[in-house]
Structures are given as structure tokens and as C-alpha cells.
Design a protein around this ligand. Structure first.
Ligand code: AMP
Length: 235
């Protein structure tokens, strides 16, 4: 980033990403995390890692994830809060996948008020259903939890089939990225998560970004949006 003073200000950013599954939230969060060094709190990743490690709360969530439904608000809020209160979140963070319902948004507001860490900006990545289905059903991820690189069968294939270019780990499709479960996740998104767009718009925090473009173009808009957010002191 060219301007060092602005870079320092961006380090305190508290950012939330909204968008359907496959809208590119995870990818953009990884870029932001690499550039700003902020923790990336993805509830999907937290749940999948917790399941792999046999954590009881995450194992309770497994049947919901497998069917494409949302984990109950009480359970996911406890799991999320455990992560949010860790010291690395005390300056800034990037939220991806929480909140996903209005009650979760209310809980988040209360938690951030208590921690005196109000959100600064909310980005909504806009992508149509057809592209969502194409992206999610072709997605492959590295199973090495330390890597987690994401590929796409057609748009971003690995150099060697089934093998991660970065760490040599095995690549797999997520169980919930098959076409039937994606359709269910999209339905759940529209019913339960999309109302958050209006919720944050009414709070004057929402910036809409066209997510149906290259990663670089989307990222450039996010950085510009973040700069204007920081320059105006968030809300
Ligand atoms: P993601 O990786 O963000 O697509 O999340 C995968 C799955 O984890 C979702 O389909 C839900 O079953 C569950 N999940 C993740 N975040 C939440 C949340 N905030 N509330 C409820 N369920 C969630």
C-alpha cells in the first residue's frame, strides 16, 4: 500500500463482509488479512476446524452444516464469541460468516459495544445466483488446515490435479458444496441472512461491491471503500 500513514490507520479496521456463499468473502478476507495482518474470523472455518479437532460444540453443529442449514443462533454465538475475545482482535478484525441472522447481528452489536470495538465498515459482495452455483460447485480446497488454499476446477485449477500448488496437500470439494446443498444454502441465505443488508444499510454502514469481477478488481474496490471509511472515521 503506497501511503504508510493510511496503512497504519487501516490496521485498526473492524470490517464485516456480507454476501451469499461463494460470493468471494473468504478470498477477499484472505487478501486483506495478508495485507493488513488483521485476524480473519470465518465461522465456517472455525466450525470445520473444530469438527476436525473433535471439539464438542463444533460437533454439535455438524448436522446443520451437512444439511446446508444454519447452526442455531445460541450455539454459533458462543463459538464466535470465544474467538472474538482473544487478544489479537483487540484492535481490528475481519468478520466473514457471522452474523448470518438478525438475532446474531443484535448479539454482535452488544458484544462489540461491551468490548468498545464498534464496526467500521460493512462490505456486501453482490453476485448473482448462477455465478454462485458455478463458483461453489467447482470449488476445491486444500485440506491442510495451515494452508486452506482455494482453487476452482475451471477458473483456477491447480497445476497438478488434486494437489495444492502451495503446500502439496490434498485438494477436496467441501461436502456442503454439492449442487443440492448449495441450493439449500442459497435459500437459507435469502431467507435469513439477506435481511442483514437492510439492517446495516439503515445504520449507514453498508458498501455494495460488485463481486462478479476478477479478484483484483473486487479487492481494489474494497481497499478504496476501506480508505474512505477510515478517512471519515467509520460511520
Ligand atoms: P461457510 O463456510 O461460511 O459457507 O459456512 C459453512 C456452514 O457453517 C454454513 O452453511 C452453516 O451451516 C455454518 N455456519 C457458518 N457460520 C454460521 C453462522 N453465523 N450462523 C449459523 N451457521 C453458520
Amino acid at each position: 500500500m503506497a501511503d504508510p500513514a493510511m496503512h497504519v490507520k487501516l490496521l485498526d479496521s473492524r470490517i464485516l463482509f456480507l454476501g451469499a456463499p461463494g460470493s468471494g468473502k473468504g478470498t477477499q478476507c484472505k487478501h486483506l488479512k495478508a495485507e493488513l495482518g488483521l485476524p480473519h474470523l470465518s465461522t465456517g472455518d472455525i466450525l470445520r476446524q473444530g469438527i476436525a479437532e473433535g471439539k464438542p460444540a463444533c460437533l454439535q453443529a455438524k448436522s446443520y452444516i451437512d444439511s446446508g442449514n444454519l447452526v442455531p443462533d445460541d450455539l454459533i454465538t458462543v463459538i464466535f464469541k470465544e474467538r472474538l475475545v482473544l487478544p489479537d482482535c483487540s484492535r481490528g478484525f475481519i468478520l466473514d460468516g457471522f452474523p448470518r441472522t438478525l438475532p446474531q447481528a443484535e448479539s454482535l452489536g452488544a458484544m462489540l459495544k461491551e468490548l468498545r470495538l464498534p464496526l467500521k465498515c460493512v462490505f456486501y459482495l453482490v453476485v448473482d445466483d448462477q455465478l454462485i452455483i458455478e463458483r461453489t460447485t467447482g470449488r476445491l480446497g486444500c485440506i491442510n488446515p495451515k494452508c486452506g488454499a482455494v482453487y476452482h476446477i475451471k477458473n483456477a485449477p491447480p497445476q497438478v490435479d488434486g494437489i495444492c500448488d502451495i503446500c502439496g496437500g490434498e485438494l477436496k470439494q467441501r461436502d456442503d458444496d454439492n449442487a443440492d446443498i448449495v441450493a439449500e444454502r442459497l435459500k437459507v441465505y435469502k431467507e435469513q441472512t439477506a435481511p442483514l443488508i437492510k439492517y446495516y444499510k439503515e445504520q449507514g454502514m453498508l458498501q455494495e461491491i460488485n463481486g462478479a469481477r476478477s479478484q483484483e478488481e473486487v479487492y481494489a474496490d474494497i481497499i478504496n471503500g476501506l480508505r474512505s471509511c477510515v478517512a471519515t472515521g467509520g460511520r
